[in-house]
Design a binder for this molecule. Structure first.
Ligand SMILES: Cc1cc2nc3c(=O)[nH]c(=O)nc-3n(C[C@H](O)[C@H](O)[C@H](O)COP(=O)(O)OP(=O)(O)OC[C@H]3O[C@@H](n4cnc5c(N)ncnc54)[C@H](O)[C@@H]3O)c2cc1C
Length: 501
């Protein structure tokens, strides 16, 4: 192709990264984002005037190399765009019985404390970390960095034998329970799997590679939070001469037979495109942007989505020395608590993830304040869409504040609140078009991950591609970035710039 205009719908991490790869490859890229700012679920949210913005949802920088890699891939120095802080403390885990344990990057430094606290062998823990980190590397080469568009691509003896060793059909809970007897350690190692709101007995053991990668690679914190990272990507996009349109919701992808030729904005403007990439939610893309009936797309009707979240963000006038950057509050019987959320029941107990960037990053401590996010998993909107009345929201808020005060061993947090902001599943649905308000897209059940997860190429519109959370290889910032690179590679091989198709 002599010149090729690519339109990207949605400026989440998937859309931005796809755009950057394609701009670097020489394509002309226009990105349309419905919100006033890009970033999707990792954009920042304002606090009171004069105080630091909040990170909106995502905050844990798993696979730190990925955040730098996108800049290196497109020939930029990441140091010119953002700075990172490596966390010595990975997670502080609080248990319902009042005990707590801090996992650190340097595992040797907590060997004896670990054995005393969990009554497990540290060498078994290390073996688990090494084995599952190796699994991650294999999964990365075999699955995460590849499109799975042609199943025959997997059918080489080398790949098949690697896949058998990987054993993705074993569940996360089975893999962890087989190795450790301590309920507290099991719960910690499974918490990322639990947090999808899906039974861990039905989630692949590949999810157990997340704590292994965290221990092996550490966690990164971007100075200024994920919001600062989005700004870095946006700046790179503009530096690379991408065209960015915010406040620009797209209503329709116009197709002629099996080819997309244009997009239609909600203000009625048509924009011609040689290739269209949708970073909007997959279900939304099919049913709204392409205006196709879900009934015609069998997997769409049977899709099971992850749970959603209730988020309370606070700007406080006190500092909280008992918290680290990433804190997890685990209750007894985590398995049933989260399975209940996955099947539509509001939690009676409240396991929480508390993000306290003020611990490590003084850009969150403006005018002597501190910043904190509390996240609670809740059912998605497929169960009870009318649940989120003002009364429910107030109830959730009060429970979060009470739990936080208990954890901090103070009477009440209310006197210290300078500003607060909340999000419910409805916000995810209305603001970002997330189907059923699901926080993490398609549920990562073994069946859905192996067979039903949509691939990046649209099967019925030749020049339409998908990128984002529900698309292969799946959800999580670093994983979505990997998927975006795959889409760019697919486009470059199908529509090389010097070859007219
Ligand atoms: C609560 C929560 C916590 C998380 N925590 C972590 C974490 O700690 N670490 C981690 O690695 N990952 C985390 N994740 C996952 C990670 O944030 C996501 O997988 C990733 O950011 C999704 O990026 P995306 O580009 O696929 O989608 P999105 O961020 O949803 O972006 C899609 C974009 O498309 C736009 N859009 C939709 N429809 C239209 C339209 N019609 N026209 C124009 N634009 C449109 C939306 O406004 C949005 O900006 C979390 C996610 C959530 C929700």
């Amino acid at each position: 192709m002599a010149g090729c205009h690519i339109i990207i719908i949605g400026g989440g991490i998937g859309g931005l990264c796809c755009g950057l790869h394609l701009l670097h490859a020489g394509y002309q890229v226009s990105l349309y984002e419905k919100c006033p700012q890009v970033g999707g679920v990792i954009q920042s949210i304002p606090s009171a005037p004069g105080y630091a913005d909040y990170d909106s949802f995502a905050s844990i920088g798993i696979h730190p190399y990925a955040y730098r890699q996108i800049f290196t891939d497109i020939g930029l120095h990441w140091q010119d765009y953002f700075s990172e802080i490596h966390l010595d403390e990975l997670y502080r885990v609080f248990y319902e019985d009042g005990s707590s344990f801090t996992f650190k990057k340097n595992e040797i430094s907590y060997k004896y404390d670990f054995e005393a606290f969990y009554n497990e062998s540290f060498s078994d823990y290390n073996t688990f970390i090494n084995q599952f980190y190796q699994k991650y590397l294999t999964a990365y080469a075999l699955i995460l960095s590849q499109p799975l568009t042609h199943i025959k691509d997997m059918m080489t003896p080398h790949k098949l034998s690697a896949l058998i060793k990987l054993n993705p059909l074993t569940s996360a809970s089975c893999a962890i329970k087989r190795r450790f007897t301590s309920p507290k350690l099991r719960d910690f190692l499974l918490f990322q799997s639990y947090y999808m709101g899906y039974p861990t007995s039905q989630i692949s053991q590949l999810y157990a590679t997340i704590p292994a990668c965290t221990q092996a690679l550490g966690l990164t914190h971007i100075k200024g939070g994920m919001g600062a990272y989005v700004k870095a990507l946006q700046k790179a996009f503009i530096d690379c001469k991408g065209q960015l349109y915010c406040n620009a919701p797209i209503e329709r992808i116009l197709t002629d037979h099996d080819k997309a030729y244009s997009i239609l904005t909600t203000s009625g403007q048509m924009k011609k495109a040689d290739i269209v990439i949708s970073n909007a939610d997959y279900h939304f893309t099919i049913t709204k942007l392409l205006n196709r009936s879900a009934r015609l797309h069998k997997p769409l009707l049977s899709f099971q989505m992850t749970c959603s979240v209730f988020m309370l963000r606070l700007t406080l006038s006190i500092s909280l020395p008992m918290l680290s950057t990433h804190n997890i509050y685990l209750v007894q019987d985590m398995e049933n608590t989260f399975s209940a959320v996955g099947s539509g029941t509001m939690p009676l107990k409240f396991p929480m993830y508390i993000y306290y960037p003020s611990y490590i990053d003084d850009t969150f401590n403006v005018n002597g304040s501190t910043t904190l996010n509390i996240m609670v998993r809740v059912p998605n909107l497929s169960f009870n869409a009318s649940y989120w009345s003002p009364l429910t929201i107030e109830r959730m808020r009060c429970i979060c504040l009470k739990h936080l005060a208990d954890l901090l061993e103070i009477n009440s947090i209310a006197p210290y609140i300078i500003h607060e902001s909340m999000s419910t599943p409805r916000d995810l649905q209305q603001k970002f078009n997330c189907y059923q308000g699901a926080a993490f897209g398609l549920a990562p059940s073994i069946l859905q991950s192996a067979w039903l997860r949509p691939q990046p190429i649209c099967p019925f519109v030749t020049n339409l591609y998908f990128t984002g959370t529900s698309i292969h290889p799946g959800n999580g910032i670093s994983i979505v970035m990997e998927g975006a690179k795959t889409v760019s590679n697919l486009i470059q091989s199908s529509y090389p710039l010097n070859l007219k198709k």
